[in-house]
Design a protein around this ligand. Structure first.
Ligand SMILES: [Zn+2]
Ligand SMILES: [Zn+2]
Length: 241
């Protein structure tokens, strides 16, 4: 986790890690259990990691309309100070932070799979080619790559391709967002066999509405994937229905 810099990415204090121990103790979740990282509010939905009435319960939305993925594991709540850190990570300025950020996902993941088999494949949510070129890297792949190495689970950067990027979806209803994303992902030629019958973890940096991972999970399920789990660094508690 050591790096060449000299300031904590959160508090700017001098030290040798990307995030200092004091900031991690203050802002990162204690490794207390799957999804509990979403914080003070406590219980989160086992499927989508949004707040739920009690631990293990499903939120009202998942009860009414079950997503095509089975569970979501989020390490952090999207908000200060992680919002700023993740913005930096998305730009190349934070490209070297993938290891310490993926480290934050380890404890919630290990807790989540204490009594369940691990996924057999890891895939990052892909960026469309234009956006990848503009940005210089795919943060989801940076996280996926680190997790795959640490957990010894196979991954590939482009087993799934994104045919197009969708414009900002912030103003759209959930139904419109899902409609916009329809057909956005395709399997790479030859990837079908790699996926068929496998339990797959989809990795992204931030999960906001869930529309993107929903469409990706649908694509994978249609390709014969047995189950899809979603692993995200941060889950935004904001939800615009
Ligand atoms: Zn700090
Ligand atoms: Zn839910």
């Amino acid at each position: 986790m050591a790096w060449g810099g000299s300031a904590c990415a959160i508090c700017r204090s001098w030290q040798r890690q990307v995030f200092c121990a004091a900031c991690l103790a203050r802002f990162a979740a204690p490794p207390s259990g799957a999804g509990q990282a979403l914080g003070a509010a406590g219980a989160v939905c086992a499927v989508c990691a949004m707040p739920a009435a009690e631990p293990g319960a499903l939120c009202a939305r998942c009860q009414a309309d079950r997503p095509p993925f089975e569970r979501t594991i989020a390490a952090l709540r999207y908000g200060p100070p992680w919002q700023r850190v993740i913005h930096g990570f998305k730009r190349l300025e934070g490209a070297g932070w993938s290891r310490p950020l993926s480290d934050l996902m380890q404890a919630p993941l290990r807790a989540a799979y204490a009594e369940q088999a691990w996924p057999q494949r890891i895939v990052p949510v892909p960026l469309a080619r234009g956006r990848l070129l503009a940005r210089g890297h795919n943060p989801a792949w940076e996280l996926a790559r680190c997790l795959a190495a640490q957990l010894q689970i196979p991954t590939q950067p482009s087993a799934v391709l994104r045919c197009r990027e969708t414009p900002s979806q912030r103003e759209l209803s959930r139904a419109d967002r899902l409609h916009n994303l329809r057909g956005a992902f395709v399997l790479a030629p030859g990837a079908q066999g790699w996926f068929k019958g496998a339990r797959v973890a989809v990795v992204d940096d931030v999960m906001t509405t869930g529309a993107t991972v929903t469409e990706l999970a649908l694509t994978l399920r249609r390709a014969g994937v047995q189950s899809v789990h979603v692993w995200v660094l941060a889950r935004t508690p904001l939800d615009m229905t």
